[in-house]
Design a protein around this ligand. Structure first.
Ligand code: NAI
Length: 361
């Protein structure tokens, strides 16, 4: 393995190859980052010690308003979940000579893939960076809601040690419904099985490893009907927008708990607010929100938020919102930086990264 300080997870031959490439190349490969936060910069700079790319970071998200600022000759743009890779943006990137859109996340619903294909831009992503990070956050949200630790935390700080209003319920013996048993869904299922829950799942494909572990696959409607807790772990696609809507909420158990760490538009937020009002949903935990690009990853503590829907959600005592932080562990950030830079490195040398790292139409 590479012996470079601060970087120990990359095979030595690749690291050496990268350094040679940097020394021989007149102009280093340029990568322009959008939506860059201090933790992205720290992590990517650390891992770039083995690659020697020219990294430039912009705090703004990528969209039509800024794409013209991309320098001619930028090899790759590195983007995150709320950057907007529309046809217009991609056409301009292509005109500037960009060859790669590197998503430093798993989801790619924010990229117009047809346009990328048309303009010959390769889209790569990080499909698996610690699925456990996201699964564990879903469990953290679930436990917070069912044991009301968010309320207890504030209450005890006010020297109020009363238990009134903090009554929870055991997860052991409950039925947990999981929609999507890919990498994250599987990690979530394993934790829930460990808690002694009955785990029902719906996916387009049955995973035999999960079946052997005790997960029971059934129809989407059956999961809705039986689950005390429903957790979403499928990607957002044109077919499953508002998967959780008034109709599907109507099929759920009275007093169910819904957790969404996947993508905001999987749930119709207005329908969910209605279900919270009637008690159909007893708890809601969301790490993603359909209008999140205007809010998340920003400090708006001194601002007036005009989004009345998120304000309504925040007013419920049984709703927990986190700002797309499920992925946010040291382990995951390190893996994201390493995988992204390794893919860009391969593509810059005319090599093809593993299939799983390339987004195909
Ligand atoms: P994956 O690709 O490994 O698994 C997705 C699974 O969903 C697959 O088994 C697929 O067959 C299934 N699926 C697709 N459409 C479905 C549908 N309509 N109904 C039921 N199942 C369906 O993806 P992975 O890594 O498990 O990630 C899942 C999602 O989690 C990502 O697409 C992303 O939106 C979200 N995510 C959220 C993060 C966060 O920080 N909140 C971080 C990373 C991912």
């Amino acid at each position: 393995m590479c012996q470079t300080p601060n970087h120990c997870a990359y095979p030595a031959h690749i690291a050496a190859f990268s350094l040679t490439f940097t020394r021989m190349s007149a102009s280093p490969v340029k990568v322009l980052f959008f939506s860059a936060k201090p933790y992205d910069i720290a992590s990517f700079n650390q891992h770039n010690a083995s690659y020697g790319f020219e990294l430039e970071y912009l705090e703004t998200h990528l969209g039509p308003h800024i794409v013209n600022a991309v320098d001619q000759g930028t090899f790759a743009v590195c983007v995150f979940v709320n950057d907007k890779l529309t046809t217009e943006v991609i056409a301009i990137l292509a005109a500037k000579g960009a060859k790669v859109i590197a998503l430093r996340c798993a989801g790619f619903n924010n990229v117009q893939l047809e346009a990328a294909k048309k303009y010959g831009i390769t889209v790569c992503r990080v499909p698996a960076y610690s699925p456990e990070a996201v699964a564990e956050h879903a469990v953290a949200m679930l436990l917070t809601l069912v044991r009301k630790t968010h309320k207890a935390y504030n209450r005890v700080r006010e020297q109020n040690f009363s238990l009134n209003g903090l009554l929870g319920f055991n997860l052991h013996g409950k039925t947990v419904g999981v929609i999507g048993t890919g990498r994250i869904g599987k990690a979530f299922c394993k934790i829930m099985l460990g808690f002694g829950c009955k785990v029902l799942a719906f996916d387009l494909f049955k995973d035999e490893e999960m079946v052997a572990a005790g997960v029971q696959y059934t129809t989407f409607d059956d999961v809705l009907r039986q689950a005390d807790i429903l957790s979403l772990h499928c990607p957002l696609t044109p077919d499953n927008r508002y998967l959780i809507n008034q109709d599907s909420l109507g099929k759920m158990k009275q007093g169910a708990t819904l957790i969404n760490t996947s993508r905001g538009a999987l749930i119709d937020t207005h329908a969910v607010i209605g279900a919270l009002k009637t008690g159909r949903l007893a708890n809601l935990g969301i790490d993603v929100y359909e209008q999140e690009e205007r809010l998340f990853f920003k400090d708006l503590s001194g601002s007036i938020i005009e989004d009345d829907t998120i304000q309504r959600l925040l007013s419920f005592p049984n709703v927990l919102v986190t700002g797309h932080q499920a992925f946010f562990t040291e382990d995951a950030l390190s893996q994201i930086a390493e995988t992204t830079l390794a893919s860009i490195h391969k593509l810059s040398k005319g090599l093809t990264p593993d299939d799983a790292l390339i987004v195909q139409i």
